[in-house]
Write a protein of this length. Structure first.
Length: 394
């Protein structure tokens, strides 16, 4: 058994001043004490000068791209179209890929991440996931360049899905983005095991050209895709925005994780929230700065009290895989968002999005959420500082 206390415990849904949390030897929470701030030194209690938070949920990553650190030029000013251009031509499969994936998995755990919503276009990351201390919800991602390729593409996705199931790992087949999935493929993905309630993720409105492309099949994104062999005439794009196209195909009873939302506007948020109660808005701010050199209007989402989550994206567009670093950049740019709401996004909301809130996401009796300490915290403003650090306690 271990007993921890700190200046504050953010449980995921409440804040306890100098509270005490007790766990068994396996990290399961067995007791949570609200001392009302009146704390006395007790035996066998580990007290920390910082704040205790639940283990982080990284709602969006591509573990299999862990070898791509620094490979994509982020100074071109070409945004996502430039990124797609480079990733298609530069993606390789080096001999030490497994080593790099293992390293990234270990790094995430050291940074306090306990569960990840992770995109897989291949099966490269599966064996690492199987052995990992981290829980992975895998999104087997599908896209293709033309209608002719749909059957082959979907069969490959199903093959990877079966490999995942053989390893007893959790996952679903998902679309990549509104612009890269032909009509027939999107229907196959939506219809696949549709008798089950699923967890679906899709990249959404990451670049301004996305909406222009689905509306008019023109713009910088359309140009790059055409250049890469996409037969855009064969894509039907039934909607006036990328978001509308996605929601046209997706099932409202599934958990829908919308990734990035860099250019989503007020009316887009309203549209999606009217469509379903199971929308999760996932933000990967460091990746957005890397690729598009801009951030979503994250404040707008928090003001609306919609369900927000945090992702790191991959080493192709980030220099580290740390949820805390993502929270810091949000704090720097949107200081009006309260710290407890950021923690809720980085923990409980992510756990709900991945349907693992029975185990993860909050410090509550019976859960094994992982426990992190954030040190160098700004107690005056009750917020993160640029030098804030995370340490895994359990
Ligand atoms: Zn992504």
């Amino acid at each position: 058994m271990r007993r921890f206390s700190a200046e504050y415990i953010y449980t995921g849904n409440e804040i306890l001043k100098r509270g005490i949390v007790e766990t068994d030897d396996f990290g399961k929470i067995i007791k949570l004490i609200d001392t009302g701030g009146k704390f006395e030194e007790q035996q066998s209690l580990e007290f920390f000068n910082g704040v205790i938070v639940p283990g982080f949920i990284n709602a969006h990553c591509h573990l299999e791209l862990s070898h791509m650190k620094g490979m994509i030029d982020n100074k071109s000013g070409r945004g996502l179209p430039g990124f797609i251009d480079e990733i298609i031509s530069k993606r390789n499969f080096p001999e030490n890929l497994q080593e790099q994936i293992t390293k990234a998995d270990k790094e995430m755990r050291l940074k306090g991440i306990v569960a990840v919503g992770d995109i897989s276009n291949t099966d490269d990351s599966f064996t690492v996931k199987k052995k990992s201390d981290i829980f992975y919800q895998t999104f087997i991602e599908s896209f293709t360049i033309s209608d002719e390729k749909v059957d082959e593409t979907f069969n490959l996705a199903k093959e990877n899905y079966n490999k995942l199931k053989d390893l007893k790992l959790s996952g679903t087949i998902v679309p990549h983005a509104a612009y890269s999935v032909p009509d027939r493929l999107y229907r196959m993905i939506s219809d696949f095991e549709s008798e089950k309630t699923k967890i679906v993720s899709v990249h959404n409105q990451e670049t301004p050209g996305e909406d222009e492309l689905v509306k008019n099949k023109t713009g910088a994104l359309a140009d790059v895709l055409t250049d890469k062999g996409f037969l855009l005439d064969e894509f039907s794009y039934p909607g006036n925005s990328a978001l509308e196209v996605n929601l046209k195909y997706l099932n409202k009873r599934d958990n829908i994780l919308l990734i990035h939302n860099t250019f989503s506007k007020n009316e887009d948020v309203e549209y999606a929230e009217n469509f379903s109660d199971n929308i999760y808005w996932v933000f990967c701010p460091l990746s957005n700065l890397y690729i598009e050199n801009t951030l979503p209007d994250i404040s707008m989402f928090f003001k609306k009290s919609v369900k927000t989550c945090i992702g790191t994206d991959s080493y192709a567009s980030n220099t580290e895989l740390s949820v805390l670093s993502e929270l810091k950049v949000i704090t720097e740019n949107f200081p009006e968002i309260p710290f407890d709401k950021l923690i809720e996004s980085a923990t409980l909301n992510g756990a709900k999005a991945l349907k693992i809130e029975e185990r993860f996401g909050s410090i509550e009796i019976g859960k094994t959420p992982g426990i992190n300490l954030i040190s160098s915290f700004d107690f005056e403003k009750m917020t993160l500082k640029s030098e804030s650090k995370v340490k895994v306690l359990i």
